[in-house]
Design a protein around this ligand. Structure first.
Ligand SMILES: [Zn+2]
Length: 303
């Protein structure tokens, strides 16, 4: 080996060992399922953890199946946070297979059962769309902080401070949501969407919520559902109905067509984020941005 080759060899060796160091950063490796939970865990863990979300923007968690890459991520995780209550219907098996060998945390499981909305559509017997109640999301924040602190006690104080900041931001969100909704007359607070994702939203903020599809997007809406709901829209003088980012448009367009065929008018008031946030790096790519966007879209269309 001549000198030049030795230098190249040493440089390559240094680069490889540097890479290994970055990979083994000593940070907790956290895996989350939905984009809402990915955003939440990033807020609590900050730079002190590495977060990998399995689902991206626009992904429907009811139908999501784990890829081989996902299984590898899950196997290497220090903690796995998921929504639970059977939202991630096709991942339940994967989580169960991991059994007691992994620190898996169902955030939905921390909520008091008496505050949940019952549902026959899910094996859990509960509606899993719990993040649409901001006070539930605050409880998630608290649980995430406690779990991170258990596996990394040396950073417990920093997690606690992050939680405090994030809870303040959620308080501000709650206040602005209530102020915005108060501008809408009570009789106009009717929310018609493609699937029943907004029952917790309705209960918390005073909306009558009617979904065209069952709670899970796995069940298709039938002709009878469309007829029944189009009559409801006419009877209640509903001005606008809404599409959702993670559900195909065609279901809500069929509903609009049914209303029009009865010589009444209803507009599509916009697209709401239901089971996934907007693209990463955008305002709607955060829980707070998503919630604000949804409320503005709903109130402006129904006014
Ligand atoms: Zn859903």
């Amino acid at each position: 080996m001549n000198l030049k080759n030795i230098i190249v060899f040493l440089v390559v060796l240094t680069m490889v060992s540097c890479n290994n160091k970055t990979e083994d950063s000593g940070k907790l490796s956290i895996v989350t399922t939905t984009t809402m939970l990915t955003d939440l865990v990033k807020n609590i863990g900050g730079d002190l953890i590495e977060v990998q979300g399995l689902m991206g923007a626009g992904v429907d968690p009811h139908l999501y199946k784990a890829s081989e890459g996902d299984v590898a991520k899950l196997a290497n995780a220090d903690v796995i946070f998921y929504n639970g209550l059977h939202l991630e219907g096709k991942l339940v098996d994967v989580f169960e297979k991991m059994g007691s060998s992994k620190n898996t945390v169902s955030l939905g499981a921390v909520l008091p059962k008496e505050e949940l909305i019952g549902s026959e559509y899910f094996a859990s017997n509960y509606d899993p769309h719990v993040w649409f109640n901001i006070s539930f999301f605050k409880q998630f924040a608290n649980t995430v902080r406690i779990e991170l602190s258990k596996v990394d006690p040396s950073n417990a104080a920093a997690f606690k401070e992050n939680e405090k900041q994030y809870l303040m931001a959620l308080d501000a969100l709650e206040a602005s949501v209530n102020t915005k909704i108060e501008t809408l007359p009570e009789e106009d607070r009717v929310l018609v969407t493609a699937h029943d994702a907004f029952n917790y939203f309705g209960k918390a903020y005073g909306f009558n919520v009617v979904g065209l599809q069952g709670l899970s997007t796995a069940t298709e809406a039938g002709v009878q559902d469309v007829q029944r709901l189009s009559q409801f829209i006419i009877d209640n003088k509903v001005k606008a109905i809404f599409v959702e980012s993670s559900v195909p448009r065609r279901t809500i367009e069929a509903l609009q067509a049914a209303v029009l065929s009865k010589n009444h008018e209803v507009v599509i008031g916009g697209s709401l984020y239901s089971d996934a946030l907007g693209s990463e790096g955008t305002v709607e790519g955060t829980y707070i941005g998503m919630f604000t966007y949804n409320v503005n879209t709903i109130v402006n269309a129904l006014k």
